[in-house]
Design a protein around this ligand. Structure first.
Ligand code: HEC
Length: 132
């Protein structure tokens, strides 16, 4: 992923500089370019791939729409929408516990996935969730 970024970065920067030098259209282009850069940065995080494999079948990350489970947009730092969990807020620690063993925390949860054993994977996923 990084090598892709390195390859396209100069092109994007050059386009950005040209765009900057041109009035209104330039600033519009600039916005598009910087939001694309943000997306590329986000999608190159190690948690992106993990979330694609393990979460997005059941959750939207980038919109407030229910899928199989509740939307995860802005999840880090907000209160649970689900009942039966002993957390007041989904901070990193609560999310880490939840992802490690959802059925251990809420035996009848519909998020009946095997817990994620690797602490590194859990941290990576949580870091990625913070981007939304
Ligand atoms: C098989 C579908 C499925 C998968 C895969 C899944 N979830 Fe869930 N998730 C659910 C369901 C259903 C709920 C609601 C559970 C309940 O009400 O007990 C839920 C609830 C949650 C909640 C609580 C949300 C809230 O608003 O309180 C979080 C956080 C969460 N999931 C994170 C994740 C993450 C991160 C992943 C990927 C590692 C993931 N889930 C994978 C189905 C899934």
């Amino acid at each position: 992923m990084y090598h892709v970024i390195l390859r396209v970065l100069p092109v994007i920067l050059a386009t950005g500089i040209i765009a900057c030098s041109q009035s209104d259209e330039g600033s519009k282009l600039n916005k598009i370019i910087s939001s694309n850069l943000e997306n590329m940065k986000r999608e190159s995080l190690p948690g992106a791939e993990l979330a694609r494999k393990k979460c997005i079948t059941c959750h939207y990350l980038d919109r407030n729409i229910f899928k199989v489970g509740p939307p995860l947009k802005g999840i880090v730092g907000r209160a649970p929408t689900i009942s039966g969990v002993p957390f007041e807020i989904w901070d990193e620690k609560a999310l880490d516990q939840w992802l490690q063993d959802p059925t251990g925390i809420k035996p009848n949860t519909l998020m009946a996935i095997p817990g994620i054993k690797s602490a590194k994977e859990r941290t990576d996923i949580i870091e990625y969730l913070k981007q939304f």
